[in-house]
Design a binder for this molecule. Structure first.
Ligand code: SF4
Ligand code: FES
Length: 382
C-alpha cells in the first residue's frame, strides 16, 4: 500500500479519527469539528506554503505514535506537524497549550492596537476572537509600541501596518493569484513590515482577495471603510455571470443597499472551495464595482457557522458532523440541555418569588410556597 493510501488513527481531545497519512494535526482536528480544532492565524488551506508563522495552533502531543508512544518534548505547531498512526494529541484538554496560547495572544497584541471600536474588521477579526477566548486580562509589555502611518496601497486597499501580525497570507495571495507581486514583507526583526516596493500601488484584478485573507484589520476595503459595522449588515449569498471569476459572493446589505461584496467563507473563515476543491476567489470587478442589488441574483441568507458577533441574534451555529458531543455523551441524554421547566422543581408557576421575603430554599418549592430559609432574628444571613 502506498504512503498516500495509508490511514492513520489519531486521537485529539479524546476523539479518535482516521485520516490519510500526510494529514496535519490541524486538518485532522478540523475533520472532527470546530470544538477540537486549534485556532489558526497564518495557516490558510488554499494558500500553498502558509502556516508556521504565528504559533496560535500549538498543541501537545501526549503520545507520538503506536510505534513510539513517547510524548513530544515541546508543544508543536499543528499546521506544520503531520499525524502518525496512534498519535494522541491534546488541544483544549491541555493546560500547557492553553497557557502557551495565552502567551501567544499576548505576544501578537504587543504591537497590535486595541482599536476594535473603530476598526472595520471588528466582528470578523480572528485576533479579536482569539483575544476573547485565550487572552490575558493585561499585557506585561512596558515598551513603546511601534506605530506606522496608514498607507493607501492602490485604489481599493488601505494598509494599517500597526494592526498587521505578519502572517504572510496576503503575500501568498499576491504570489499565487495575481500576475505580479508588488508588495511583501520588508526589513527584518522588529522592523519587519508589509509594504509595496518603492511606493507602488497594488493594482491587479484579484488584489481584493488580500483583504479577505487578512485575519485582522490590517488590509481593509477602501470602498467600505467606516460605512457600516458588519453586525448591522445582512449577509446574502448571491451570484452573477462573471467572465473573470466564479461570480459567487456574499453581499453585505442593509435593506436594498449593498455595502460591500466579499468572497464566500467556509467554517474556518477561509474562502470557500467549489465541489472540485477549487477555491472560489473573486475578481475586483465583482468585489468593488458591482454594488447594486440588481447586479446580482440573490440566493438567500448566508449561513454564518464560525462563531462570531455577526451570527449573534440571527443565525444558528452550525455543528459540522460528526458532532464530538455525541461521542462524549456516549448515548446518554444531555441533562445540561434539558428543559428546565419540565425537569426541575424550580420555576414553578405557583411560586411567586417576588412575594417571598429572603432567599428561596427547598421548602419554598416543596411545601409552603411562602416559606423561606430566612430567620428574621439571625442577622448573619443578610
Ligand atoms: S497585512 Fe494582514 S494578511 Fe498581510 S501579513 Fe499582515 S496580517 Fe497578514
Ligand atoms: S496557524 Fe500554525 S503557526 Fe500559524
Amino acid at each position: 500500500m502506498s504512503e498516500e493510501q495509508k490511514l492513520f488513527k489519531v486521537t485529539i481531545d479524546g476523539v479518535t479519527i482516521e485520516v490519510p497519512a500526510g494529514t496535519t494535526i490541524l486538518n485532522a482536528a478540523r475533520k472532527i469539528g470546530p470544538e477540537v480544532a486549534p485556532p489558526a492565524m497564518c495557516y490558510y488551506s488554499k494558500l500553498e506554503g502558509s502556516g508556521g508563522k504565528c504559533r496560535t495552533c500549538l498543541v501537545e502531543v501526549a503520545a507520538g505514535s503506536t510505534a513510539d508512544p513517547r510524548p513530544m518534548p515541546k508543544l508543536v505547531a499543528s499546521c506544520r506537524t503531520n499525524v502518525m498512526d496512534g498519535m494522541v494529541v491534546k488541544n483544549t484538554t491541555s493546560e500547557k497549550v492553553l497557557d502557551a496560547r495565552k502567551g501567544v495572544v499576548e505576544f501578537l497584541l504587543i504591537n497590535h492596537p486595541l482599536d476594535c471600536p473603530v476598526c472595520d474588521q471588528a466582528g470578523e477579526c480572528h485576533l479579536q476572537d482569539l483575544g476573547y477566548e485565550h487572552g490575558a486580562v493585561q499585557t506585561r509589555y512596558e515598551f513603546k509600541r511601534r506605530t506606522f502611518v496608514r498607507e493607501d496601497i492602490g485604489p481599493y486597499i488601505q494598509l494599517h501596518m500597526t494592526r498587521c501580525i505578519l502572517c504572510y497570507r496576503c503575500v501568498f495571495v499576491a504570489d499565487q493569484l495575481t500576475p505580479d507581486r508588488v508588495h511583501g514583507i520588508l526589513d527584518r526583526g522588529d522592523h519587519s513590515r508589509i509594504s509595496t516596493y518603492i511606493s507602488k500601488a497594488i493594482d491587479n484584478p484579484f488584489s481584493g482577495n488580500m483583504i479577505d485573507v487578512c485575519p485582522v484589520g490590517a488590509l481593509t476595503d477602501r470602498t467600505f471603510r467606516f460605512k457600516n459595522r458588519v453586525w448591522f449588515l445582512r449577509p446574502l449569498d448571491a451570484h452573477r455571470d462573471c467572465p473573470d471569476c466564479c461570480g459567487k459572493v456574499t453581499l453585505w446589505n442593509r435593506g436594498e443597499e449593498v455595502f460591500r461584496v466579499t468572497a464566500r467563507k467556509d467554517p474556518w473563515g477561509e474562502v470557500q472551495s467549489d465541489e472540485n476543491g477549487k477555491p472560489e476567489w473573486i475578481c475586483n470587478t465583482c468585489r468593488f464595482e458591482k454594488k447594486n442589488i440588481s447586479d446580482w441574483v440573490v440566493e438567500g441568507p448566508t449561513k454564518i457557522s464560525r462563531h462570531s458577533v455577526i451570527s449573534a441574534n440571527h443565525y444558528q451555529k452550525e455543528v459540522i458532523p460528526p458532532d464530538p458531543l455525541d461521542k462524549i455523551l456516549d448515548g446518554r441524554s444531555p441533562l445540561l440541555l434539558m428543559d428546565i421547566h419540565e425537569n426541575s422543581q424550580v420555576n414553578q408557576a405557583s411560586v411567586r418569588l417576588d412575594e417571598i421575603e429572603g432567599p428561596a430554599t427547598g421548602k419554598t418549592f416543596n411545601g409552603d410556597p411562602h416559606s423561606t430559609g430566612h430567620n428574621p432574628t439571625d442577622t448573619r444571613e443578610r
